[in-house]
Design a protein around this ligand. Structure first.
Ligand code: HAM
Length: 439
């Protein structure tokens, strides 16, 4: 039996190669948001004198398993790990803090004036369960300050994060907490597990596992029943050592000083092991009192005072940083109806008619571009009507039209797209003419 046209088309479609699950194309139409984010992010980093760093996307697997924590979800379940052709165990970076610290040590940055302030922007990879705002390839913009231990550094970093969101036109809330030192956290974990054990008949299966493996995660379980139980759990701030408590108090004072609003969230613990003292998350502020889960965090960060030393760097090199999930920030811009400014409209549309004209146009196009004009064309289109429609669509102010006759006469038509008026001028006057019209 002959196959229907639709059937053949379906078959063809199913054979087309698609992106991997959790990975997506960012198409030209969406770039308006991305460009806006990138521009604001770069401006903020420049204003506060952060230097850009770019680290490889592929690193040795141990860089992450040793620093983020073997029992964390990111290392245990979500890393893209494989042996490369030389037999090295490598990983696609799930985050960039470990790489930035590696670079700080590798390049002897401890000899630079401290603290060293760096920023990055690029793709990260986590084999997580994809859903809105959670992807397997996603982009982060992050700031790290290495070699500064005072609470004022944490405060300024939180201030910078809030300024970025303010610049983007987003309403956000800052949630902060302190998780103390490794030692006090250990003591707290024992207490927390004892509390969870008392209530274990009402906890979900995941929490039963967390009790043994990663007790701090008990605190941010999303299951209603667990959440209710954990509301009354012992709070980590009550276990803080004196220096951590002082640090936290100072941070709060600094935030008050600069008027950054924050919410103390005793359940905020973060999913990576390298943190100590300050941890924070930035979540959308949609004006309701709904509690926000970590799934909605637009940005997150904290202190990691032990990491440099743990990775073989100099002792006592305190550090702090945060990273923004760019897709989440963009989704939130759409949610809060933030309209990024339109992309620049091209000055000149270059239209041509006939083979001779097309050849001449190719050269002339470069001249116009070199003269500093933003030029577009549709050389692939043969009809003048279709080309002028394109000119209208992109919003070009002026169209220049070169046909067979004009090539022979050494002239060109300049059309004002707003008024529709046009004139034929000698080709050598084109640039001067454009300068006059577009000044
Ligand atoms: P993180 O909390 O794992 O921290 O990620 C930071 C942000 O990246 C999250 O708040 C979220 O906006 C975004 N993000 C994380 N996973 C995904 C995903 N699967 N899809 C989309 N967005 C995601 C870190 O990565 C730390 N390195 C942050 C840091 C910097 N701490 C100190 N310095």
């Amino acid at each position: 039996m002959a196959e229907s046209k639709e059937g053949a088309a379906d078959k063809k479609k199913s054979k087309a190669v698609e992106t991997l699950r959790g990975m997506r194309d960012i198409l030209p139409d969406e770039q308006i948001y991305w460009e806006y984010f990138r521009r604001k992010a770069r401006e903020i980093a420049d204003t506060y004198s952060y230097g850009r760093i770019e680290t490889p996307i592929l690193e040795q697997e141990k860089l992450f398993s040793r620093t983020l924590g073997k029992q964390t979800d990111v290392v245990e379940k979500e890393m893209y790990v494989f042996d490369d052709k030389g037999g090295d165990k490598v990983a696609l970076r799930p985050e960039a803090t470990a790489s930035v610290v590696r670079a700080y040590i590798n390049h002897g940055m401890l000899n630079l004036p401290q603290p060293v302030k760096m920023w990055y922007m690029g793709p990260m990879f986590r084999y997580d369960r994809p859903q809105s705002g959670r992807y397997r390839q996603f982009y982060q913009y992050g700031l790290e300050v290495i070699g500064g231990g005072d609470a004022v550094v944490d405060a300024q970093l939180i201030l910078i994060a809030t300024k970025l969101f303010e610049d983007l036109g987003l309403k956000v809330k800052v949630e902060i907490n302190s998780i103390g030192t490794m030692q006090t956290r250990q003591e707290y974990k024992i207490e927390l597990v004892a509390y969870a054990r008392k209530n274990k008949k009402d906890l979900c299966e995941d929490c039963m596992r967390r009790m043994a493996k990663n007790p701090l995660r008990l605190l941010d379980c999303k299951v209603e029943a667990c959440h209710a139980i954990m509301k009354n759990a012992p709070q980590i701030v009550d276990w803080l050592d004196d220096p951590s408590r002082d640090h936290f108090m100072e941070l709060i004072e600094y935030l008050d000083e600069v008027g950054v609003p924050y919410v103390l969230n005793p359940h905020l613990v973060r999913g990576l092991d390298y943190y100590n003292r300050t941890v924070f998350e930035i979540v959308p502020d949609r004006g309701d009192d709904a509690e926000s889960g970590s799934q909605s965090a637009l940005a997150a960060g904290g202190r990691y005072d032990e990491l440099v030393e743990m990775m073989g760097g100099r002792e006592q090199t305190p550090a702090v940083g945060f990273a923004v999930g760019i897709e989440r920030a963009i989704l939130e811009m759409k949610q809060q109806n933030v309209e990024p400014p339109a992309m620049p409209v091209p000055d000149v549309f270059f239209a041509q008619l006939g083979k001779e004209a097309r050849r001449a146009s190719l050269r002339l196009f470069e001249e116009v571009r070199k003269a500093g004009f933003n030029v577009v064309e549709a050389f692939g289109k043969a009809s003048l009507k279709a080309q002028l429609e394109s000119a209208n669509k992109v919003g070009a102010h002026v169209a220049v039209i070169l046909g067979q006759q004009e090539v022979q006469d050494g002239t060109i038509i300049v059309r004002d797209m707003d008024s529709g008026s046009q004139e034929t001028i000698p080709i050598e006057k084109l640039i001067d003419n454009l300068k006059r019209i577009l000044k």
